[in-house]
Every structure is written in structure tokens, then in C-alpha cells.
Design a protein around this ligand. Structure first.
Ligand SMILES: [Zn+2]
Length: 729
């Protein structure tokens, strides 16, 4: 079915120059000015007359390279209301590609309770929630693997990182500098228990489809792409170098090494305002800074600062516990060379950027950096040039890194979103110019891994009870209570440290030593929770119990306050692991959310859900709750099968994988619970793709005349009916 394609001819570059890729796009979007350096597609787009002549009905599917490329675009921490709130700012076809030229769903909510980066990205790729895909958080305690710290969702000590620059080689690898970070492990989707839509595409096409994932964060590159992906790329936090894991490949592809040693890193640092601009712009520059005004907060270099509490660290970079410390060697400092490490670029200017992830990552420059890498990947791996559909997942991390610090209501957030609008316009224009047939041959899904809460102080200004909870103090209060119950006078650690709500893992061996089983242990902690949470709040006057002598005496028991009292932590609900595992769940939407959130990760644990607008102590804000502001994300679809429009009504991000699988003609991912978004699908007969025909070779006059007579360009090794289709019947 799929051996249709002809080899690309170099001459086609000349022949296509006069043809606009958008001419034949099924849903023409406003033309944006192409980047001057953009390459033209290497195949000619068929004219309408040729389309009519050469039309051959062939089923629409991945097997017939329809579309050429499917992209799942994830913005890390992006609440759906941003697109309405700042819509007047949008120009050209950035976000408006979805809002005006695609199918957009303004009421997309996740249906689970642990909204976090790793489970969110896993849900997008697998079309399943935590109960199906196994990813419950960014990290959790696994005492069998590590007794010192929680393990991350993707770290895997059986593999090693590939492509680390010499300056970032950790102490456990050959060639490490004396002050290198202690250790680092490789990464893999070892905890991902379900297939992704990309995995299914690889299986269905017997490996012909190419699937890749990229992000600044390892978890956000690996989890949406999946185990069968050809590769996943993320950055070394200190240097910004793109790396991968030996799970995927032994060494970086040449194009990735070229990107790392080229001007991109220093360009990003310049764009972020961290290093001065060069005296003259490099002629090799492929990047036009799309956001001339970085957020004001990022105008000056920001030394990496420790968050208020380690258990609530916002926006932890990949390999949080192993990342290069703030005092580490600058990324250009000489360091011994390790086998497989990428040599530092001799042309790289001096930089004092010691944590690229934090310092560049919180500015719009990071989005340019990622999208430029995406373009390099598409070119380097020739995505969209094969015989079947290829797939790329892109997770843009910058919004999350900044958003944790400043919150959703800050001017910096609006600037970041407006910059991203411009950057997406440039990226989509690049796709239009570089994928054969242009954007008409591409599908793009837009979504986010989670939303975010308002900064507690902001919400409290409006009167909401937006308290913060000091999780370290909560753990200390619980340890005190459990010691009182099971080992009076002792200070044993029954609750493990370094945790983030809603999960509190228990120290199973400690309980076992005391002869306490899981049920007793979890119930004891659950019973101690209300008092422990209450102990964290400010001391405010409370009326006496109604049956007390004071209350029945008719005397005023307290002096009412003239002003609003400070917020106080409130425990909304708590569940033991056994309750979550065994149910029964209430037959309500709440019960379904809980069921979708269950995981065996973390050993014995309690799920602690604070009241809305409350969170663990943080320097900014956070997301990790079942509340709407964390669950509300965009869902937009652009591409030939999607009827443009605004579609109100609840949908979920897991619907993307199900819808793509259906339209590609492949199996849904193994644990998929998504629905196919049929309300936004065009009738099959109306779906058309720009047809790509082989380039016309410059023949001598006689041969050219003969070729025109046949009306079908010569196709070596195949017959005319095997031409790619343009219309689904
Ligand atoms: Zn995230």
C-alpha cells in the first residue's frame, strides 16, 4: 500500500519556487511572511487541474502518508483561559491557527486528580490516566531502588545519558570534573505502563513511521513520545545541550551534535539577556529572535535559588537531585573529556550561565530554542518525507518555569504568551515552507499538561481561603502523632521526607519493624491528619462547641473581627492507598477522578487533598490538585480532517490520542480511554490533502512533450494507480 514515493530530485527546489504551498491547503490560513532563510519544499504541489486528472481514490490513513506529519504540541502549564483572556493580542496564525482556522475546544478538562507534568504528558501520549499509564507524579519514593531520595518518573539507572557536554559530566561517569554533580542516571519510559499513539503508529507501520519527542524536561520528552519512539531529546540543565538516553540511541545524531556546537545556545542566552549580543550577527544564524522583549523579571541574570521548601520545589529541572549545583563550573570551563561526550564548541563565547534550564528556561528565548531544535530535527530526520505518517511531540517548558514563579495573573505571563504567539506563527510558517505540500499536509494538536492555581496571596486578596501548607511541618506533626501512638518518647521517621501534596508516602520498613501492617499504618496517619493540618494554621478565634457551658450561657464567647481573618489550611479529603485501590469509589464525577488517579507508585501512602486555592508552601504558585484551574487546558486541532469552529462542551486531552489513532487508521493506545472528537470531523468526502507529485525533470523537448501527453509523471518502480491520493471518498 505504501511504496508510492519517488526519490526526491534536487531540481525540484527550483521548480517549486513559484508555487505557494498554501494554494492547495484545504483550509487556507492568512499568509505570513516566510523567513527569508526558509527552505522551499522539495516536491512540487499539484495544480487543481492535475488533481482532477490524476485523482485516484485511496483510503485516508497513516499508511498513505496522510498526513505527512502529525505534531502534538504541549505547552507546559498553560491554562485554557489564557487564550480568551489575551486573545486580542494574537496576530497572524500562531494561536489563531487553532482559534480561527482549526477546531478549538474551550472546555477541555483533565479527568484525574494529580495534575503534574509527568502524568499530564503521559496522559496526552497514552490517551489514558494514571490508573492506565502508571505515571502518578514527577517523582515518588521507591525504597527498593533508592533509600536516599525519591526517584523520578523517567530516571533509569540501567541506562546512561548520551551527549552530555564535558562541563556537565557527573561524578559517576569517566571524565568528570572535580566539582561535578554527584551522579546522574539515564532515562527511559520504564514506568510508562501503556503504549502511546506514537508507539501504535510505529507498530502499525512496522517501524516505517518516525516518531520523536522533545522538551527541555526529560519526562516531557519521553512520556508523550513513548517506548517505541525513534528518539526523545531534552536538555542538560546546566549547559542547555540537547541530550538523550542510551535507551534510545548510543550517540546523538550528527544534526543534533551540530545544533549543540552551533550558535543556538549563545543565541538563546543573548535573547534572554544573560550575555551581551555579539558585535556582529553571525551569518550562519538561523534564528530570528521572535520575542524582542523578554519578561522584565528575566532581564538580569538570576542566580539559581533554592526554593522555600525542597518538597515543594517548583519547576524542578530534569534530574533535580543530580543537577549541577549553582556553584558548578560554567558550561564553557575546560573539563576532562569523557567517552561519548560532546566537545564544547570552540566558537562559544564566554558565559556565566550556570543553569541554562532556569535562567534561559524562564524566558521566551527558551521557546525559540526549542522550536529551532524541532526544525533541526524535522530536517535532520527528514520527518514528513517518508512513505507513511511521521509524528513529533513537542513540549514547550518555558511557560511552566516562569509560571511557577510569577503566577497566571502577572504581566510577565501575558508577555510570555504573546511572545509564544509570535513564535508559533514563525514555526507554523516554517512547516508550511518545509513539509511537502505545506501545512495542508500536517496535523497539529495543541494542549497542555496542566493548568495552575493563582498565587495564593493574589487569591487571598479577593477573599478566597488561599492558605499555603508547609509540607515539612505537616510531616513533622504527623511523625509526632504517630510516634505518640506507636512508640511514645521516640522520634522515629514514619513519614518519608521530601514530598509534595497530594501524596505522602509512609516509611514502610519503619512500620513493619513496629509490627504494624499497611492498613493500620495508613489509617493511623489518616486519623492524625485533621489535627496536623489544623496545627499549621494561624491561631484565630473560634466559637466554642455548641454544647459547651459557655455557648449555652448566652454570653458572647468571642469578639467578632472587624476585618477579614487570614487564610487557614483546610483538609478537603484524604484517602489511604488501600481505599483508592479497593474502592468502592463514589458513583460520581469525583469518584471517577479518584479512580483515574490511582497508582501503586510510592509504596504505602495517603492522598491528601487540600481545599481549593490551597497548596504546599511555594515561592510562587503550583498545580497538583483536582481543582478546575489545574485541569483546564486548551485543546485545538488543525489539519485537513478537522472542521474549523469553536466546539463548546466537555472534552479531555486524552481524546487527542484516540482521535489521531482513529483518523490514522491505527489501534488506539493500549489503555486509551479517550473519545473520538467526531463533532469536529469533516465529512470524509470533503477531506483533501495537497497532492505531492514527483518533480519535473528538465527533459529535452521531445521527452518533455511525451511526458506531458501521459498526464502522469513517470514513476520509477511503480504504476500510475499507486499515486498518493488527494481526496477521501
Ligand atoms: Zn508541567
Amino acid at each position: 500500500m505504501n511504496a508510492f514515493r519517488l526519490p526526491v530530485c534536487v531540481l525540484s527546489i527550483l521548480l517549486v519556487a513559484a508555487i505557494s504551498p498554501a494554494q492547495t491547503a484545504p483550509d487556507p490560513a492568512p499568509q505570513a511572511t516566510p523567513k527569508p532563510e526558509a527552505r522551499r519544499p522539495e516536491r512540487r504541489v499539484e495544480t487543481r487541474r492535475e488533481l482532477a486528472r490524476n485523482h485516484e481514490p485511496v483510503p485516508l490513513s497513516a499508511y498513505n502518508d496522510q498526513p505527512r506529519l502529525a505534531i502534538i504540541l504541549v505547552i507546559d502549564q498553560f491554562r485554557a483561559d489564557y487564550l480568551e483572556r489575551w486573545r486580542a493580542d494574537f496576530k497572524n496564525r500562531g494561536f489563531d491557527l487553532f482559534l480561527e482556522h482549526g477546531a478549538y475546544f474551550p472546555d477541555c478538562y483533565y479527568d484525574y486528580a494529580n495534575l503534574k507534568t509527568a502524568p499530564g504528558h503521559a496522559a496526552i501520549g497514552t490517551g489514558a490516566y494514571t490508573d492506565g499509564n502508571g505515571i502518578s507524579s514527577n517523582e515518588w519514593w521507591d525504597l527498593r531502588r533508592n533509600q536516599q531520595r525519591p526517584v523520578t518518573s523517567v530516571e533509569d539507572e540501567r541506562y546512561k545519558l548520551v551527549g552530555l557536554p564535558a562541563s556537565s559530566i557527573p561524578a559517576d561517569m569517566p571524565g568528570a570534573a572535580a566539582n561535578a554533580a554527584k551522579y546522574v542516571t539515564g532515562s527511559s519510559p520504564r514506568n510508562l505502563l501503556a503504549s502511546t499513539v506514537g508507539d501504535e503508529l510505529r507498530l502499525a507501520t512496522e517501524g516505517q513511521a518516525k516518531v520523536f519527542g522533545i522538551s527541555l524536561k526529560d519526562r516531557a520528552a519521553i512520556l508523550p513520545a513513548g517506548a517505541a519512539a525513534n528518539g526523545a531529546f531534552w536538555i542538560d540543565p546546566a549547559s542547555g545541550y540537547w541530550v538523550t538516553s542510551s535507551f534510545y540511541m548510543k550517540q546523538l545524531p550528527d544534526w543534533a551534535n551540530a545544533f549543540n556546537t552551533g550558535p543556538a545556545i549563545s543565541q538563546a542566552e543573548q535573547e534572554a539577556g544573560l550575555i551581551p549580543p555579539p558585535a556582529s550577527v553571525s551569518p550562519n544564524s538561523t534564528t530570528a529572535p521572535a520575542s524582542p522583549t523578554p519578561p522584565t523579571a528575566s532581564a538580569a541574570p538570576t542566580p539559581p535559588t533554592a526554593p522555600a521548601a525542597p518538597t515543594t520545589a517548583p519547576a524542578s529541572p530534569p534530574q533535580t537531585t543530580t543537577a549541577t549545583p549553582p556553584t558548578a563550573t560554567p558550561s564553557t570551563a575546560p573539563a576532562p573529556q569523557a567517552t561519548g561526550a560532546t566537545p564544547a564548541a570552540p566558537s562559544t563565547p564566554p558565559t556565566n550561565v550556570t543553569n541554562f534550564f532556569e535562567q534561559v528556561g524562564r524566558t521566551p528565548a527558551a521557546n525559540d530554542y526549542e522550536l529551532n531544535f524541532a526544525e533541526a530535527l524535522i530536517q535532520g530526520e527528514q520527518l514528513g518525507q517518508g512513505n507513511v505518517t511521521d509524528m513529533l511531540t513537542i513540549s514547550l517548558s518555558a511557560n511552566d518555569i516562569l509560571g511557577h514563579q510569577v503566577g497566571p495573573d502577572s504581566p510577565q505571563e501575558e508577555q510570555m504568551v504573546d511572545s509564544l504567539d509570535t513564535q508559533l506563527d514563525a514555526f507554523f510558517t516554517w512547516l508550511d515552507n518545509n513539509i511537502p505540500g505545506g501545512l495542508g499536509n500536517v496535523w497539529i494538536a495543541l494542549t497542555a499538561d496542566h493548568g495552575v492555581a493563582p498565587v495564593p496571596a493574589t487569591a487571598a486578596q479577593y477573599g478566597l481561603n488561599a492558605a499555603t501548607i508547609d509540607v515539612d511541618k505537616l510531616i513533622a506533626a504527623l511523625n509526632y502523632a504517630i510516634n505518640m501512638k506507636f512508640s511514645p518518647g521516640e522520634k522515629l521517621q514514619y513519614i518519608l521526607p521530601h514530598q509534595e501534596l497530594p501524596y505522602l508516602s509512609l516509611n514502610e520498613p519503619q512500620f513493619m519493624k513496629a509490627g504494624i501492617n499497611e492498613q493500620e499504618a495508613e489509617q493511623a496517619v489518616q486519623q492524625a491528619l485533621p489535627a496536623a493540618v489544623a496545627s499549621l494554621g494561624p491561631r484565630t478565634p473560634e466559637p466554642p462547641p455548641s454544647d459547651s457551658p459557655v455557648a449555652s450561657s448566652g454570653q458572647p464567647a468571642l469578639q467578632p473581627s472587624d476585618t477579614r481573618l487570614p487564610p487557614r489550611p483546610v483538609l478537603f479529603r484524604s484517602y489511604t492507598r488501600q481505599q483508592l485501590a479497593d474502592g468502592p469509589y463514589p458513583p460520581t464525577p469525583w469518584g471517577e477522578m479518584l479512580a483515574h488517579s490511582y497508582s501503586r507508585n510510592g509504596g504505602w501512602y495517603i492522598m491528601v487533598i487540600p481545599a481549593a486555592f490551597q497548596m504546599g508552601l511555594t515561592r510562587g504558585t503550583n498545580h497538583f490538585t483536582p481543582w478546575s484551574y489545574d485541569r483546564h487546558v486548551p485543546l485545538g486541532l488543525y489539519g485537513a480532517p478537522f472542521a474549523p469552529g469553536i466546539y463548546h462542551g466537555r472534552v479531555e486531552p486524552v481524546d487527542i490520542a484516540a482521535t489521531f489513532a482513529s483518523l490514522l487508521g491505527i489501534n488506539q493506545p493500549s489503555a486509551s480511554v479517550g473519545h473520538i472528537l467526531t463533532q469536529a470531523l469533516k465529512p470524509a468526502a470533503e477531506v483533501t490533502y495537497p497532492r505531492i507529485v514527483p518533480p519535473r525533470v528538465h527533459h529535452p523537448p521531445a521527452a518533455e512533450h511525451k511526458a506531458r501527453e501521459t498526464h502522469v509523471p513517470p514513476t520509477p518502480g511503480t504504476t500510475a494507480p499507486a499515486q498518493p491520493p488527494t481526496t477521501l471518498q
